[in-house]
Design a protein around this ligand. Sequence first.
Ligand code: PGA
Length: 259
Amino acid sequence: MSTPARTPFVAGNWKMYKTVAETVKYVKEFRARVKDIGGVDIVLAPPFTALHAAAEAARASNVALAAQDLYWQREGAFTGEVSGPMIREAGAEYVIVGHSERRTLFGDTDDAVRQKVGAAFAAGLTPIACIGETLDQRERGDTFEVLDRQIRLGLDGLTSDQLAQLVVAYEPIWAIGTGRTATPEQAGEAHTHIRGRLRQWFGAEPGEACRLLYGGSVKVANIADLIAQTDVDGALVGGASLEVADFCEIVSRCRPAAV
Ligand code: PGA
């Protein structure tokens, strides 16, 4: 059976950068520059405070919005947290879950990731679930074991339909914000491993449909070699998504050859 082509997916994770005013200015310029780029899902993830303004500025364009995290309860006495329905209402379609900065700085566990992924789907959001190993784990030869655990625990209980819709971002922690990118071969090898596990644990069809993004020091200079890998379907871009010109160029280089 031939596999249906996966639409490339490129998301800009702004982390804790950009005010509302800076966001609106960026989105206006960005949407104009990417309006003719077809065949790529284009997503921006501003901070919570700028999410609604970004969604308004991106209205009726080919740019979608993501939040950078969510809490799994719908509402309640959870000071500082934001729920899936609130994010959906603010205009986002996606939400990043389990980013390594959430895991290492704010204590998100694989079980928290599982609950957040479930809550995202329940709110009508598509999760972008992040996984990845530390430098220590890679050097000890534990990369695949770590990825397996994060997939098994973090995605436990998903239906085939949810898995097919899910976006997974492989982000080796040693490559995030360090300027040290995984080589295309390292990224390709990890992605092929992840794809194999998803097929094995959730079924061939959903495992094949799930989009796998690479993240970690993606820039204009390296995106073409990364996206050329069979199981790399796009990128989660941090630093290089903060400049309109760079991010447009990265998105543009992810266009399917036929478009
Ligand atoms: P970076 O961040 O592109 O700045 O390395 C990627 C990420 O953390 O998603």
